[in-house]
Write a protein that binds this ligand. Structure first.
Ligand code: SF4
Ligand code: SF4
Length: 106
């Protein structure tokens, strides 16, 4: 199981969640953040600090945002398990599903 970042984060990225994560597993893409499904320890610390309620426990992700689970997982297909987001900083790409979204939060 893992936590998932969904639509409200896209084009917002205020990064409040990053500071709460004890294992540094929230990675920054170009338009959204992504939680590493294997590195996340399901502590739940990130979820309440997101100002726009973009973070969900995998099983609680709203039906209309189920694709974001796939996006969070597949974003790491190329990266593998880096074991820490801060050393990577901004990763200048997004999962194709996120990249194809029209501008959000405007
Ligand atoms: S706190 Fe919410 S909106 Fe901010 S970066 Fe994290 S998931 Fe995105
Ligand atoms: S649930 Fe915990 S470990 Fe997983 S991303 Fe959130 S803060 Fe990090």
């Amino acid at each position: 199981m893992t936590y998932v970042i969904a639509q409200p984060c896209v084009d917002l990225k205020d990064k409040a969640c990053i500071e709460e994560c004890p294992v540094d597993c929230i990675y920054e893409g170009q338009r959204a953040l992504y939680i590493h499904p294997d590195e996340c320890v399901d502590c739940g610390a990130c979820e309440p600090v997101c100002p726009v309620e973009a973070i969900f426990y995998e099983d609680d992700t709203p039906e209309e945002w189920k694709d974001y689970y796939k996006a969070n997982v597949e974003f790491f297909d190329e990266l593998g398990s880096p074991g820490g987001a801060s050393k990577l900083g901004l990763i200048e790409r997004d999962h194709p599903f996120i990249a194809a979204l029209p501008p959000q939060n405007q």
